[in-house]
Design a binder for this molecule. Structure first.
Ligand SMILES: [Mg+2]
Length: 262
């Protein structure tokens, strides 16, 4: 594990997978110098892919947020777990209807994939697609469970992050919602987000032609594990949820206080 050799590393990479929350900002607060550093790397010819497990915002909302921070962002380079879910289900083609639990990002991606969103209260569907839903209720859990147990729907999860680091502490993440439906229905979820293969494939496709790729993130179990599965250099930043790098699993190749040091 290297420390404080970020500048040296930056000159050796031609592709960077950049996690968002905890790397470029925490909630609505930009991390000082982070966006400026990423903009410089892009100017220097490093291909940047923005990659987040947060399924709730739409791509346009992310583009707006990053643009406001001074970054030039192509919407195709914003890979959320919702985007990946839509791409996988569109390519797969076997699911034509879905009960959807989640925010605008999920409904946008499912609609773009040409899949009909089954209106409430119906539960007849090929798929149950679950993202982060701040209005999750027993009723939604019941409907998802009925779709699976009565109608044979497949359970698809945008991601399985157990918790979300809110300002006041940990909130239940998508993984907690998915777990409740999995327990109730007996189904095993197919998970799209990092570190799982669908998202890593979606990111790798966008980095085709790059030979020296690094991934930067604040969560070892998702960001670093996903990068490790591809043989990419892994960079842990301490500007997000991880404060003690000595217990990181997997261990990162490089530790930085923030991406501004890269
Ligand atoms: Mg993060």
């Amino acid at each position: 594990m290297e420390r404080a050799e970020g500048g040296h590393l930056a000159s050796r990479i031609d592709g960077l997978v950049c996690d968002l929350d905890g790397v470029l900002y925490v909630g609505d607060t930009p991390i000082q110098g982070a966006a400026e550093r990423i903009a410089r790397l892009a100017d220097d010819g490093v291909r940047i892919v923005y990659c987040t497990n947060n399924s709730k915002p739409t791509v346009a909302q992310y583009v707006d947020k990053l643009t406001a921070m001074g970054l030039e962002v192509d919407p195709d380079d914003v890979v959320t777990s919702s985007v990946v879910t839509g791409e996988v289900l569109a390519a797969d083609g076997s699911g034509r209807s879905a009960v959807v639990i989640g925010g605008d990002g999920v409904t946008e991606a499912i609609t773009a994939a040409g899949i009909d969103i089954v209106p409430e209260p119906r539960a007849e569907a090929d798929l149950v697609v679950v993202g982060w839903d701040l209005d999750f209720t027993f009723d939604k859990m019941r409907r998802a469970t009925l779709a699976i147990t009565n109608h044979g729907a497949r359970l698809i999860a945008t991601n399985e992050d157990a918790a979300y680091p809110a300002a006041e502490g940990l909130w239940p993440g998508t993984g907690a919602i998915v777990a409740s439906i999995a327990v109730a229905s007996g189904a095993t979820a197919e998970v799209m987000g990092k570190p799982h293969r669908p998202m890593m494939d979606a990111v790798a496709r966008r980095l085709e032609g790059c030979e020296r790729v690094a991934v930067v993130g604040d969560r070892p179990d998702t960001d670093l594990a996903g990068g490790l599965s591809r043989g990419w250099t892994t960079i842990l930043v301490l500007s997000g949820v991880t404060k003690d790098p000595s217990r990181a699993e997997p261990m990162p190749d490089v530790v930085l206080q923030s991406v501004a040091e890269l």
